[in-house]
Write a protein of this length. Structure first.
Length: 301
């Protein structure tokens, strides 16, 4: 039987630096959630989130390795380069969050009352969770766009920042629903509208890039994204001014944390988190706007 094409299996998918990083991701991810599920244990929303992160990242990584090793990704109607770059950045953010949360809430130095064996399993799981984050960050570093290189949009600084912006917005939403009292004033409701609008549009930009459908749109997608980024900067500037005024000015809120405010259930704490990450996202959009002037979209890679 004659071969009409290249080899059926792509060995570079597991032997290249990126391939090796993905194999390590699969190994560390499986080890982490296995240690937690076997003996380390988890509870409450924090533990459930960590387990979701490790199992989700493991499943998608296995899917990516399988598709690249067997060339099955060529059968998918998505922009594979944009998909893998976007997932690597998302997995980096999720894994570093889990690597911080799990030891913070579940690891202790003494054995009482959980027992020394459980403590050791939790410490080991925390170590592998940190290694998992390092491997995902390594993939982002290896696949990022180099100067002058033609690559997928999501591998550029601007594309990677889109993932970070959406992730930061999710943190803001989490703080908003944690008794932030944002409905108290119309001005703070405007801030919530800003966060929601920018998040939705950012997700749409990522979705169109990953699906490779940008060339099918009737308007210039590249220019529209730049215009949107400028609009997002202006919107976040308004939120960065309005939110602190209506939350921490003595006329509307409290400049200091109330003394009787319960830990974990204090609106002032949520308002502070929102204020901090509002400025973080504002900075991210400003940097995004600066970099977006120097790139061109490639939707088919």
């Amino acid at each position: 039987m004659e071969s009409t094409g290249g080899p059926y299996l792509n060995t570079a998918a597991v032997t290249s630096p990126v391939g090796i990083a993905r194999l390590l991701q699969m190994t560390f991810g499986c080890t982490t959630f296995s240690l937690v599920a076997h003996q380390g244990g988890f509870s409450a929303a924090y533990g459930t989130f960590c387990m979701f992160v490790w199992t989700f990242c493991f499943a998608v990584t296995v899917f990516i390795i399988t598709c690249e090793f067997t060339h099955l990704h060529s059968c998918l109607s998505i922009s594979w380069g944009n998909f893998t770059a976007a997932f690597a950045m998302l997995a980096t953010l999720m894994s570093v969050t889990a690597a911080v949360i799990y030891p913070l809430y579940f690891v202790q130095l003494d054995c009482y009352p959980i027992g020394c064996e459980v403590r050791d399993f939790r410490i080991a799981a925390s170590v592998f969770a940190g290694l998992l984050f390092v491997t995902y960050a390594a993939e982002v570093f290896l696949t990022r766009a180099k100067p002058g290189q033609v690559t997928s949009y999501m591998a550029t600084v601007s594309g990677l920042l889109k993932i970070v912006q959406a992730f930061v917005a999710c943190i803001i939403f989490g703080a908003l629903v944690n008794d932030s009292q944002y409905s108290k004033y119309v001005a703070t409701q405007w801030c919530v509208a800003v966060y929601s609008f920018c998040f939705v549009v950012t997700v749409v930009v990522v979705a169109f890039s990953v699906t490779g459908k940008t060339a099918l749109l009737w308007f210039p997608f590249e220019r529209s994204v730049v215009v949107y980024t400028l609009g997002a900067v202006l919107l976040y500037v308004s939120a960065a001014v309005i939110w602190p005024v209506f939350c921490f000015d003595s006329k509307y809120g409290s400049p200091r944390r109330p003394g009787l405010c319960a830990k974990g259930r204090c609106p002032w704490d949520s308002q502070l988190v929102i204020a901090i990450f509002t400025y973080v996202n504002l900075l991210l959009y400003v940097v995004d706007l600066a970099y977006s002037q120097r790139i061109r979209f490639v939707s088919h890679l």
